[in-house]
Design a protein around this ligand. Structure first.
Ligand code: 9PG
Length: 476
């Protein structure tokens, strides 16, 4: 059939078409939109927090992401195996004069293919609802976002996070030291990251935390801060005790082979099957346990593991995360490594890009291995910038800001780009221990934590902060 989307007449195939605010609703597990001219660029929306979100040229096919072992942790593996441009959930497509045709899913489990002459949306699982709009970038993204689930409670937090200073090398002694240092700064959350646990799947304090995690939470609270804790609830490795005890809990393919979930900490990763009631009950128990220790800010990481092999698992993911949401009560839940669209409405905060790092880019990984998801400030900025349209749905986390020059290879200009982006989102975090900072860096950190607003978005890649205009386009 032929219909008008705003001022544009397109041919399309769907079971049903209806008017929607700012566009049209379509129904169907598979829908196709045929624009009347050739598309130039495609907004490649990656699946989870770390996956690439960026405009790409429709005349250049995607390059393979290597090594294959990394793929399950980089994106929906289907998107990475495809020789054409597919995106997760939504697929804005740019035609002549920069106007955008957007096809976006209103349910979970969707992928969209972008070709110069076609947008094809396909939904795994339940019957599909879609939104189509035509207009400027500034019109179509917010129109789509308004139709997606939202959860925005209170202001985004101000967090000190242990990861980007100490990585897994944390201990009670070390964190208590930093706790003293941060006490005079206006942080709200003191978040213990990876390194406290015995092993993946064995969420008890290791020997570096001799008084246990409840003790540490108490010490944090005594300083007037909210205790935060990192967990990767669905992630395990072959040597995790839980896998030994309950091998039937592993997520497996139809032939019973464990599904690969990526490669990190020098080991292949595996996942627990979030579709099993026993696994959900165990994860619920884990969430209740850490809350009872006193942690009420949880950074739930590597969440894509609950949805593997990809978009097909999003229904299961959503049910699992609803259970976690219930078990966590009022605790703040920051989702990380999480299927982005399927997390809306459940997460309080959502990481919307790869990890930052105290360096700009790891070119071996980004260029030679074709992987835009690795830690590095460039990767983090690029994907975060392309996910700011989710700001009205969830508190978007651009990852931490660096103020230190110690143990840091970043230039002051690139650190400023991250600082202004964090000021724009309002989600303010750092890992810098105050004792690592020079006096002028301490002043900048204080200003960052205390001042609100002040950032204006002038265009997709331009922001104004006071007298300063920052241009992010060169990093794309
Ligand atoms: C803890 C970390 C921090 C961090 C998370 C997550 O693809 N990668 O190589 C990759 C490495 C690390 C990583 C994510 C992806 O970090 O985002 O903030 O919590 O886990 O181990």
């Amino acid at each position: 059939m032929r219909v008008k989307v705003g001022s544009l007449e397109v041919a399309l195939e769907a079971e049903e078409v209806k008017a929607a605010p700012g566009g049209l609703y379509l129904k169907g597990r598979e829908v196709r939109v045929y624009p009347p001219f050739r598309g130039e660029a495609f907004f490649r929306h990656g699946w989870q927090s770390w996956s690439l979100a960026s405009w790409v040229s429709l005349s250049q096919p995607p390059v393979p992401l290597l090594p294959p072992e990394r793929q399950p942790q980089a994106d929906d593996p289907f998107l990475l195996r495809a020789s054409e441009w597919w995106g997760s959930g939504s697929a804005p497509w740019r035609g002549p004069e920069g106007r955008v045709l957007l096809l976006g899913a209103l349910g979970v489990g969707a992928r969209v293919l972008g070709r110069p002459d076609l947008l094809l949306g396909r939904m795994e699982g339940e019957e599909g609802g879609w939104f189509v709009a035509w207009g400027s970038e500034e019109e179509v993204f917010p129109a789509y976002a308004r139709l997606l689930p939202r959860r925005l409670l209170g202001k985004p937090p101000r967090v000190w996070c242990s990861w980007y200073a100490f990585y897994t090398n944390i201990s009670e002694v070390r964190l208590l030291q930093v706790l003293e240092e941060v006490a005079s700064y206006p942080f709200e959350v003191f978040q213990v990251d990876d390194g406290w646990q015995r092993a993946l799947g064995d969420w008890e304090a290791n020997e570096r935390f001799p008084h246990g995690m409840a003790y540490l939470a108490e010490r944090i609270r005594a300083k007037g801060l909210r205790p935060g804790l990192w967990l990767a609830p669905f992630l395990v490795t072959a040597d995790s005790p839980i896998v030994h005890a309950r091998p039937e809990w592993l997520l497996r393919d139809r032939e019973g082979r464990p599904l690969p979930a990526g490669f990190n900490w020098g080991k292949p990763l595996l996942a627990l099957d979030a579709g099993k009631e026993e696994v959900l009950a165990w994860v619920e128990g884990l969430i209740r346990k850490v809350c009872s220790w006193g942690y009420d800010y949880l950074k739930l990481d590597f969440l894509y593991a609950a949805s593997l092999p990809g978009a097909e698992g999003e229904g299961r993911y959503r049910v699992a995360m609803e259970r976690i949401r219930q078990a966590a009560g009022d605790a703040y839940l920051l989702f990380c490594g999480a299927p982005v669209l399927a997390s809306l409405g459940l997460a309080d905060g959502l990481r919307v890009g790869p990890d930052v790092a105290p360096y700009w880019d790891n070119e071996d990984r980004s260029t030679w291995l074709g992987d835009p998801t690795g830690p590095g400030l460039r990767n983090a900025l690029r994907t975060t910038l392309h996910r700011l349209w989710l700001r009205e749905n969830v508190q978007v986390d651009p990852d931490v800001v660096f103020f230190r020059t110690r143990f840091n290879l970043l230039s002051p200009e690139t650190m400023r780009l991250q600082e202004v982006l964090a000021r724009y989102t309002g989600f303010k975090a750092t890992s810098d221990p105050p004792s690592w900072l020079l006096p002028e860096e301490e002043v900048r950190l204080r200003g960052f934590l205390t001042e609100e607003g002040g950032v204006e978005r002038l265009g997709p890649y331009r922001f104004r902060f006071g007298e300063e205009v920052l241009d992010y386009a060169p990093l794309l």
